[in-house]
Design a protein around this ligand. Structure first.
Ligand code: 2AM
Ligand code: CA
Ligand code: CA
Ligand code: CA
Length: 273
């Protein structure tokens, strides 16, 4: 019962094709041209090549669908109900430092709802995919979020802030880590939000939170977590794809993590009066 829909199969094939290009470039990472889009925001020709492969593949298979892509930006489609949300290389900094932890992330949004998500871990050759109503899968294995209920046994992933790099965002992050660390078994910071969410879906992480991500970092991972029976929320009550401030966990841990994050907020208020 692990069969994706036709469009799901197309997305998996596009992710694999981009992955082959990334694997080649990862083998010669010292020869890549790297440029800066902003402070500590790097992009290489590996990102661009992978994105072109995905774009070509998907436009051929589904002409008219729209796109939101990290490097190319928004491509309006003639078909207004379908659009792909694409990060050709999530974890660029890992990639550029020779660390084998990065992924291709492709989601499909239909009529404003996330329908399909594919996250491909190139170095480990792991395809995580999910479709609304069809479940979440790692290759042929059905995924289920971890069953742990106790926060003090759980391993929680996060990411350090980059967006704007305001002092405030770093202080908020430090407070949240200070509230979370003593309450959990451990905190991890692996550097690919798409894989962090895929690992929540696979039960490798018990939860994940991060603020101010982009839609292409999280769209595919959201489908994975939901279809693996997990919960997704926006940290301040907004729309998660808009703000990118996300909390993911199983239904037992989710409210406990939310409480720790709120506790971190009240630390802040106490400290500033
Ligand atoms: P990227 O590798 O595609 O840029 C890590 O916490 C997450 O934040 C990754 O998904 C990473 O995506 C993203 N990220 C890291 N640094 C970034 C930056 N300077 N600008 C935008 N996104 C960034
Ligand atoms: Ca980037
Ligand atoms: Ca990304
Ligand atoms: Ca990227």
């Amino acid at each position: 019962m692990s069969k994706p829909s036709p469009v799901g199969s197309v997305m998996i094939a596009a992710a694999r094709a981009a992955g082959r290009s990334l694997a080649r470039d990862f083998g010669e990472v010292e020869n890549l041209q790297v440029s800066k889009k902003g402070p500590a925001d790097f992009v290489s020709n590996a990102d661009h090549r992978a994105e072109e492969i995905i774009f070509t593949h998907l436009t051929k298979a589904r002409p008219g669908y729209g796109f939101v892509m990290e490097e190319r930006g928004i491509v309006e489609g003639t078909d207004k109900s379908n659009r792909f949300i694409v990060d050709p290389l999530d974890g660029t900094l890992n990639f550029l430092h020779g660390q084998p932890h990065f992924a291709v992330s492709i989601a499909l949004e239909r009529d404003g709802e996330l329908l399909t998500g594919v996250v491909f871990d190139v170095a480990k050759n792991e395809i995580f995919w999910a479709e609304t109503g069809r479940g979440a899968w790692l290759d042929n294995r059905k995924l289920r979020v971890a069953a742990r209920r106790n926060l003090n046994e759980s391993v929680i992933a996060t990411g350090t802030p980059w967006h704007g790099k305001s002092e405030e965002s770093h202080v908020t992050f430090a407070r949240e880590v200070a509230a979370m660390t003593p309450a959990t078994a451990g905190i991890r910071r692996n550097g690919s939000a798409a894989l962090d969410l895929a690992w929540v879906a696979a039960g490798r992480f018990d939860g994940f939170w991060e603020r101010n991500l982009q839609s292409w970092d999280i769209a595919a991972g959201i489908v994975l977590v939901r279809e693996a029976g997990g919960m997704i929320s926006e940290l301040d009550g907004g729309d998660v794809l808009q703000t990118g401030s996300i909390l993911a966990a199983n239904v037992d841990l989710h409210p406990k993590l939310e409480k720790q994050i709120r506790h971190a907020g009240s630390f802040g208020k106490a400290a500033s009066v």
